[in-house]
Design a protein around this ligand. Structure first.
Ligand code: MG
Length: 379
């Protein structure tokens, strides 16, 4: 029996500023503030759906920027989704397949339909995904600092706070020495990994292989974002498992990378791969193949993190997530109360129906720099 759902009567997209507490330094440069894209749906019964497309402000991570995501949602993704007349997230995802790339835009729209459905059914996203885990282990990602000592201190501090894994951003001139110092300070038992954000080339293979002695859980995205074959070659030349991030932008990319042995560890950012449906498929592939899987972070607001936390409740996610609380990233979150890391290094998966968090519409409005309403079939 199909239960009649009330139709969407309001559909909006906003480009929202999220001021950072302090600049974040990676191989891409310095990020002092970020903008993100929010999709907001309201149905006739008053249920709400929220989705976030956390593209970055610049095109140095992936081609999409926050501004581009905003316009693709407004002009293509959301109109296609609403045009189906269906509220089923699978139908919504299928309707947007015509849009090539632009995973962040599609993810934002699809997530809004998932949370609208959860809100209507009075269940949590975790229950919708069927995940048994109620708390998600988390690690911390440390940017490049002025001195090695600063990074060592921060790693020690984060571990004392309960974080279950440390990830160091690396780049040429900031790799073997900082990894050696942190490994020395934290001991052999701590889960340690590095993320190069695509700044090395295959010419660095011998240098990168020096990281093998530090028993890292993985080296994330050492080479170019479109270099699957080169990653496979590098994996033949080093023992540390390669993890891919930027290179994995669809279910197919994950399958190809694993088939080529271009990676042995998967960083899944749900918005990067085009949304929740694709994420569920990737999680199943990794589970079937026994590949370590973990959820990466895009510096989402709590709106985006809600879906990520719910996905991480699935057993396929074997390794700690990158999930810094909003309180360490932003002046304030867009959800209130926001989530925090518990002393045991986990974050509780929201149990509340719908998105799982209460959105502060006043903050969303105050920070919106662009907004658009998209016509709905009804309303
Ligand atoms: Mg990364």
């Amino acid at each position: 029996m199909t239960v009649e759902r009330s139709p969407v009567v309001r559909a909006e997209v906003r480009l929202v500023a999220l001021p950072l507490l302090r600049p974040f330094v990676t191989g891409f440069g310095v990020t002092a503030s970020r903008h993100t894209v929010l999709v907001h749906l309201v149905d006739e019964a008053g249920n709400e759906g929220w989705g976030e497309g956390p593209a970055l402000d610049h095109p140095y991570y992936l081609p999409e920027t926050a501004e581009a995501t905003f316009s693709v949602v407004r002009d293509f993704a959301l109109p296609l989704a609403l045009g189906t007349g269906s509220l089923d997230p699978g139908d919504v995802a299928a309707s947007m397949l015509r849009v090539r790339g632009n995973g962040f835009a599609k993810a934002a729209v699809e997530a809004a339909f998932w949370t609208l459905g959860a809100s209507d059914a009075r269940v949590s996203l975790r229950e919708m995904f069927g995940g048994p885990r109620t708390a998600v282990p988390v690690g911390e990602s440390l940017g490049i600092t002025a001195t090695v000592e600063q990074t060592v201190d921060e790693a020690v501090r984060r571990l004392a706070e309960g974080y279950q894994r440390i990830k160091l951003k690396i780049q040429p001139g900031w790799d073997v020495d900082v990894v050696a110092a942190v490994r020395q300070a934290v001991g052999d038992e701590v889960m340690l990994q590095v993320d190069a954000n695509a700044v090395y080339t295959l010419d660095d293979a011998d240098h990168l292989a020096r990281l093998d002695e530090f028993e890292l859980a993985c080296i994330e995205q050492p080479l170019g974002w479109d270099q699957l074959l080169e990653h496979a070659e590098l994996q033949r030349r080093m023992r540390t498992p390669i993890c891919l991030d930027e290179s994995l932008r669809s279910v197919e990319h994950v399958r190809h990378a694993l088939d080529l042995d271009a990676c042995r560890n998967v960083n899944l950012k749900p918005a990067r791969v085009g949304g929740i449906s694709a994420s569920l498929q990737i999680a199943e592939i990794c589970r079937q193949r026994g590949v370590p899987l973990w959820c990466g972070g895009m510096m989402e607001s709590g709106i985006g993190r809600a879906g990520n936390l719910a996905l991480c409740s699935l057993p396929a996610f074997t390794d700690p997530a990158d999930m810094s609380p909003a309180s360490v990233l932003f002046e304030s979150d867009l959800v209130d109360p926001t989530y925090e890391v518990d002393p045991d290094g986990t974050i509780a998966v929201p149990a509340q129906p719908g998105l799982g968090f209460d959105v502060r519409l006043d903050r969303v409005e105050a920070r919106a720099v662009q907004r658009a309403a998209v016509p709905t079939p009804v309303g």
